[in-house]
Design a protein around this ligand. Structure first.
Ligand SMILES: Nc1ncnc2c1ncn2[C@@H]1O[C@H](COP(=O)(O)OP(=O)(O)OP(=O)(O)O)[C@@H](O)[C@H]1O
Ligand SMILES: [Mg+2]
Length: 330
């Protein structure tokens, strides 16, 4: 039986996904790229967790590991009360197929994720046919219904992807993603390529669908202002680790980690002083040779001696401990 009680829909514990590169002249040691390193978080049913962080911090790798496209070296993933990744997990083909139905993904580039030679009807009903949820002759009706759900013209089902605008194409991707009644949708930079006004419309669509179908989202973006428009809770990632997580309002209005503060200060807000309060200097270090201690210390204006030596433990704050931070300041 599926676990529909208070247990989270997705529970990620101590997850680590490393990549091993072939040895060459420049790297004699075979050090791993620690793309995702000891990450823990959960997503409740009907909840949106925003995952934010600079380019290369491991967001996509984390999403791909949850989707089963990368194999973690440590930790575990529990979805709907069932362990789907981690030591000793061997999913049966049937379970794996079922998982593909319950978890869907929407990527950044709406055009390249759509087959240019398939019309919209074929694109959005492909999964339904594969899982034998409809018969072939029911295709057009199913496609019309899905088009309606995502706010597209129901009579456009015989058109091809290139005949739609960027925002419309992303709606087609969303229609395909929800066609199999998933529980969780992973949105990886799903609105990043769209104009700001179109971004807002697609974000509204995600919110409406969540209410309508009780969906949960892992909403990945490098843009904190986008994430704060949709997320119930936010997790901030830096160099493979989640350094802070909590309710959206807590993270945005009372950030604890200096990195989160820097991200917030970098967001342009009308009326806010022009100069940044705590500018973020330097680039994200390579996950191949992360700095010792707290990996953020070389860029941190508050770095102390201890930060250069040991990685901070995660501490909780707030009455229910929902706001968590990994920083020696606390
Ligand atoms: N298949 C792979 N093999 C080796 N290294 C990889 C692989 N995939 C990702 N990486 C490395 O892992 C790190 C995290 O990459 P990832 O794509 O997850 O970051 P990201 O946060 O999604 O970045 P972006 O915001 O640019 O999409 C990067 O250093 C990247 O080079
Ligand atoms: Mg990415």
């Amino acid at each position: 039986m599926e676990n529909t009680s208070i247990a989270p829909l997705l529970d990620v514990r101590n997850l680590a996904t490393w990549f091993y590169m072939p040895k060459n002249l420049f790297s004699r040691k075979n050090d791993p790229i620690r793309a995702v390193d000891r990450v823990s978080f959960f997503i409740n049913q009907k909840e949106t967790l925003g995952l934010v962080g600079e380019s290369g911090c491991g967001k996509t790798t984390l999403g791909r590991t949850i989707l089963g496209l990368e194999t973690p070296v440590d930790g575990e993933i529990i979805f709907s009360g069932k362990k789907i990744a981690g030591a000793g997990t061997a999913l049966k083909a049937k379970d794996e197929k079922n998982l593909r139905k319950r978890m869907q993904v929407v990527f950044q580039d709406p055009l390249s994720s759509l087959n240019p030679r398939m019309n919209v009807m074929d694109i959005v009903t492909e999964g339904l046919l594969e899982f034998k949820m409809i018969k072939k002759k029911e295709r057009a009706d199913a496609a019309r219904r899905l088009m309606g759900v995502v706010g597209l013209d129901k009579d456009a089902i015989y058109r091809f992807p290139h005949e739609f605008s960027g925002g419309q194409r992303q709606r087609i991707n969303v229609a395909r993603a929800i066609s199999l009644n998933p529980k969780l949708i992973i949105c990886d930079e799903a609105v990043s390529a769209l104009d700001v006004s179109v971004q807002a419309q697609v974000i509204n669509l995600f919110s409406d669908l969540r209410e309508k179908y009780g969906l949960s989202y892992l909403f990945i973006s490098h843009d904190l202002s986008v994430v704060s428009n949709i997320a119930d809770r936010i997790a901030v990632m830096y160099l493979g680790r989640i350094v802070e997580q909590g309710r959206c309002e807590d993270v945005i209005f009372s950030p604890m980690h200096p990195y989160t503060r820097a991200l917030i200060d970098a967001v342009p807000v009308a009326g806010k002083e022009k100069q940044q309060k705590m500018p973020l200097s330097g680039d994200v270090p390579s996950p191949l040779s992360p700095p010792p201690g707290c990996t953020f210390h070389p860029r941190c204006p508050k770095a102390m001696d201890v930060c250069r030596k040991t990685f901070p433990d995660v501490v909780s704050s707030g009455v229910i401990g929902e706001h968590r931070v990994a920083c020696h300041l606390y």
